[in-house]
Design a protein around this ligand. Sequence first.
Ligand code: ADP
Ligand code: MG
Length: 824
Amino acid sequence: MKRHKNGSKQYLTKMGTRKKVQAFVRVRPTDDFAHEMIKYGEDNKSIDIHLKKDTRRGVVNNQQTDWSFKLDGVLHNASQDLVYETVAKDAVSQALDGYNGTIMCYGQTGAGKTYTMTGATENYKHRGILPRALQQVFRMIEERPTHAITVRVSYLEIYNENLFDLLSTLPYVGPSVTPMTIVENPQGIFIKGLSVHLTSQEEDAFSLLFEGETNRIIASHTMNKNSSRSHCIFTIYMEAHSRTLSDEKYITSKINLVDLAGSERLSKTGSEGRVLKEATYINKSLSFLEQAIIALGDQNRDHIPFRQSKLTHALKDSLGGNCNMVLVTNIYGEAAQLDETLSSLRFASRMKLVTTEPAINEKYDAERMVKNLEKELALLKQELAIHDSLSNRTLVNYDPMDEIQIAEINSQVRRYLEGTLDEIDIINLRQIQEVFNQFRVVLSQQEQEVETALRRKYTLIDKNDFAAISAVQKVGLMDIEGNLVGEPDGQSFGLGVAPFSVKPGKKAKTKKTPKDQFSSSARKEGASSPVSGKEFDVASVSKTQLIPSSKDGDLKDTLARERETSSIEPLISDSPKEELRAPRPSTPPSRTVAFEEFKNERGSEINRIFKENKSILNERKKRASETTQRINAIKQEIDETKEALNFQKSLREKQGEYENKGLMIIDEEEFLLILKLKDLKKQYRNEYQELRDLRAEIQYCQRLVDQCRHRLLMEFDIWYNESFMIPEDIQVALKLGSSIRPGMVPISRIVCLGEDDQDRFSHLQQTVLPEGPDSITFYNAKVKTEQKAYGSIRRAWWRAACIINALNLRRTGVDQGYDKPIRP
Ligand code: ADP
Ligand code: MG
């Protein structure tokens, strides 16, 4: 299917199957028919031409003398009736179904083209294809009351490459002031300035035809025009709309009935003036027609030279393509005309090579389509309203959203992300879609903000960009293992590169070991058991690393994860240690060392709970494994007992069974085995139940352990940030501005406060804060987003801690003195 778009109308052509152009030959009756030269095949589908040798050409004469032409039918002595039936009836009938059609008469002057096409206008019986086609069209319309079919006609004459309207209502005065032009548009070809007449009945159509014929004759006198030197195209246009369906689809078609100028080769010798001009034009336009036909017949040609002459241009969408095409070649069967006959037959056989792909021209009435859609829309809206009222929903507006509504949704989404809005009410599908849309908008804005801020402060190198990494290595900014090395003078460089491998617990290779500054806090436990990757993934790194350009930073140890940490109430209530904390070391300690310190000091409580959870988990695992072993042992015993029992049974069967009043008598041994088996099965069931309980418990404990681990890491991050990473003045500012702990603010946000930001920040502190802390809502809003996200983790942790306490009490029956966790 092909769809063309043009303005308000849409065109659709249903592709059909390929078919050959039909070529017929009609022989004009004559008393002087050249019987020896022209022979018809028995099937009436071929003509053989035999030419007597031209004796004047001498002894050696290679001149061809025999030709055979295969055609779709030879019409000799055929009535106008038969000619119409054979040549035109099908094409006209198909035109009413939406297929374009072209019927053409070709041949030398006097061979009967006009007789075939128009016929004798004074004799009804001898009327030609044209009036018969009009009749058929109107008859068929009568037979189709389900369709409103309109018929229009036009009559065009092409004479010496000029266009004439044979149905022009104006008295004929020669070429009009604004000459007609051939216009191409996606709908096809049309002739601008050519009058097209609506005809509602057969009679009107006939009148127009006769008017055209009269004009043709008058013109030939007044203009001194030789009518056999002009091409005439009578076109019937049809448009069919369904009366029964309010279908926006409709079909259009046209049928071209072409009476070509005489094809005889006009001898130029002796011709002068008008005759010479005519000869040139006719010869040219017919040879262009022939060229177009040859090109159409050649499958490999994609360009058809239609625009070389007015005739081919005007017939561009009626030759080949998606039309039904029929050619009638009129020949004059006299010996004297044999040359022209041969030339006409050659044209016919060339035409037979052309294939077309007739297709229905379906169009869409845009206006009707819009009306139909509007109707359907109104109906659906009504249905929706009914649906809403049935489900007790207040009137919902389903119209497209305006800018204000979209802005409101955007604000809802922002508030939702910030945590100031708990949920977004669902109203309708359109609104849901817009919410998603706005989520995307907000997300991409935030991403951009973050990236811009990062780029302002850092140079980012992709972990997978090996070229960039090796360049950095070459310059000496990174060692073989992918660790960044600081410059001896401690000058900053803003490069962030992910190490190829960062082994947890591995000693840093930098010159200043963090322990030097921090050894006092590294306790024995941490020293003996460095953080293992399995246990605590502290040293894991993100894909792209960020290295703040800190002047005194130990670069390797600041390979910190970009963690979006956030608010969490400290499990450990603020201890006096906080105030008494020793002054900050000039270089932050490595995270590994700091972590050991954290576990023993500030995070000791959380670490204790974590360890206890783990030991409970291990204990449950051990018990599960023991139970499994017991179950296996019982199973084995069951199998053995069953085997023994079977043996006893078979023995009994062999020895003969004893029966007493319908009761089987068995010996004591067998009886004991049965009892044993029963007991074993009971044991098995009990143990199995125990194992199932244990497994559920293990699964649960595992989750608690994971949550504890997460909490420990998070607390550590906050503590680490507050202790070493976030400048104290910023911490003070953050504390003033919100209820959250400064360490929760992602370090990337803090460290990316470039000089400009810091200036702005201190400016903010000086100007805005004294006037009212509310003014820094901008920052609070951002932080709150994270606060909200961590709320759920906090709650989960609280639940975990409670469950652990409960478990311990249940399992041991003793209060082991776990601290009740502080409710988040
Ligand atoms: P053309 O249009 O090819 O120049 P015409 O159709 O004008 O030729 O035919 C020339 C003359 O021959 C006309 O008088 C026409 O009536 C007559 N004629 C042509 N073909 C037939 C035919 N098949 N039967 C009877 N008369 C014919
Ligand atoms: Mg004619």
